[in-house]
Design a protein around this ligand. Structure first.
Ligand code: ADP
Ligand SMILES: N[C@@H](CCOP(=O)(O)O)C(=O)O
Length: 309
């Protein structure tokens, strides 16, 4: 007996400037993963696209770890199910989300494993539980929440709970992502952050985060020019991404509403209504003036989140 489940999961852009560890947007860039579960057998992993030849093809792969998390949660709740535990797992990935660039590849992997295993086990866990496990695995909720729900999410983790509100903005916009051809692990990009920030910087971010959420929600996108500015993580990460402030300026000059670091970087993301290719080219050119090879993609907001296909 075997069971096959295919899932599509979006990449995400987190923080969006001031909303550090809280705000996230699901983007129209996807990994597709086919899971084949058998009661007995080895773990087999085939990877096409991003991460091929780089990601672990063993039980160390975070997708397998996520599957095991769901099995453990369900079997601790229903011990009589233990006998039917699925041992053989084959993954066939087709990945479009680049690794360690700030587009939530790890969140996508975690959420894919959790949602697929939950589907296999009859959807015993609801989306809130999936989000809680995902947030604990990822260490912060801002990428995993939009990967689960789609749209824009505002999330706060408190002990083992995640409080999350998801919405679709009243006005649509596009996101132009400049993707440098170098990796920056989120772990490293968190190491450069300080233990504390000046009170005035905290106040600066609180106001802008509130303005960001309300301007996105209401579709009052002119406010983004003020609302995307951050003082508590981007300035510290700037040294890891040559040309970051200049790329932001180039994006705005080319017509963007505003720009920010995508997640922990190194991707930089501009929010825009028009001039999308002009903005992308300006960002890539400015990166190249700082000896960073980059390309760009124009993305929209994914509204569905992780989805069985
Ligand atoms: N498709 C995938 N399958 C398994 N693990 C993945 C996958 N994508 C990413 N990961 C894991 O996530 C790590 C990258 O995470 P991270 O540094 O947080 O960057 P990102 O901003 O892309 O999430 C990879 O080194 C790998 O361990
Ligand atoms: N809030 C996190 C977001 C990391 O996003 P990623 O896509 O770079 O993994 C942070 O800024 O560290």
């Amino acid at each position: 007996m075997k069971k096959t489940i295919k899932i599509r999961v979006p990449g995400t852009t987190a923080n969006c400037g001031p909303g550090f560890d809280s705000i996230g947007i699901a983007c129209t860039i996807y990994n597709e993963i086919e899971f084949t579960f058998t009661p007995a057998g080895p773990i087999e992993i085939v990877i096409e696209g991003e991460g091929a030849g780089l990601l672990p093809e063993t039980a160390d792969n975070v997708i397998i770890k996520a599957v095991q998390m769901v099995f453990d949660r369900i079997y601790s709740r229903y011990p009589h199910c233990q006998q039917s535990r699925w041992q053989g797992i084959r993954l066939h990935m087709n990945n479009a989300i680049p690794l360690s660039r700030g587009l939530g590849s790890s969140a996508a992997a975690i959420v894919a494993g959790l949602v697929a295993a939950n589907e296999l086990c009859g959807n015993n866990l609801n989306k809130e539980e999936i989000l809680e496990i995902a947030s604990a695995m990822e260490g912060h909720p801002d990428n995993v929440a939009p990967a689960v729900y789609g749209g824009i999410t505002v999330s706060v983790a408190e002990a083992s709970q995640v409080h999350c509100i998801r919405f679709i903005p009243k006005a649509d916009f596009s996101m132009v992502v400049a993707i440098p051809e170098f990796n920056l692990s989120t772990k490293l990009a968190r190491k450069v952050l300080p233990d504390s920030v000046p009170f005035q910087d905290a106040v600066f971010n609180i106001g802008r985060t509130a303005l960001l959420v309300s301007s996105l929600y209401e579709g009052k996108l002119d406010f983004l020019q003020y609302a995307l500015i951050d003082k508590i993580h981007q300035p510290y990460r700037s040294k890891l991404i040559p040309g970051m402030p200049e790329v932001f300026t180039a994006a705005r000059k080319a017509g963007a509403l505003g720009a920010a670091l995508s997640g922990a970087g190194p991707c930089l993301i501009a929010f825009a209504l028009s001039d999308l290719n002009k903005i992308g080219k300006a960002m890539v050119n400015t990166f190249s003036q700082h000896n960073v090879k980059a390309y760009y993609k124009v993305l929209g907001i994914d509204q569905e989140g992780a989805k069985i296909i």
